[in-house]
Design a protein around this ligand. Sequence first.
Ligand code: FES
Ligand code: FES
Length: 164
Amino acid sequence: MIKLTVNGHEHKLETEPDTPLLYVLRDELALNGAKFGCGLGQCGACTVMLDGEAVFSCLTPLLLAAGKNVTTVEGLGTREAPGPLQRAFIEEQAAQCGYCIAGMMMRAQALLVKNSKPTDAEIRSAMEPNLCRCGTHMRILRAIKRAAALMKSAEAGAAGRARP
Ligand code: FES
Ligand code: FES
């Protein structure tokens, strides 16, 4: 049995340890945000976070994810209460066909966790492994910058509320 923590929930799985994490998320846990694009680590549609790092879930065997925290796009917020990245992508209308977007958001989230105020060049370089066939790149860039600003103001608000 393999224990897998996804978006803060623990799952006990009887799945073969070499099964790609992407298949486990989509087929067993009904988390369909991460997409199957190439299955070869070349497109980024399957990107999720593993202990804060962006990884291709199509190339990550289940065993490698066991005992770590997996975050998928479903962990960033809900339709009713979207998280900052989701809000920013909606506000910038950054999704065209949307197929790449969950992976884009997870790679962006991994960047923003490490670097809360990335420059354009840093965003471009961090996002390089993820491909979008629709050409919505400039909007994605703007959305990531908007998300950074939203996260910053949310933090400032929380700090303000915490002050006596
Ligand atoms: S499906 Fe994983 S990188 Fe393309
Ligand atoms: S929005 Fe269509 S592939 Fe990116």
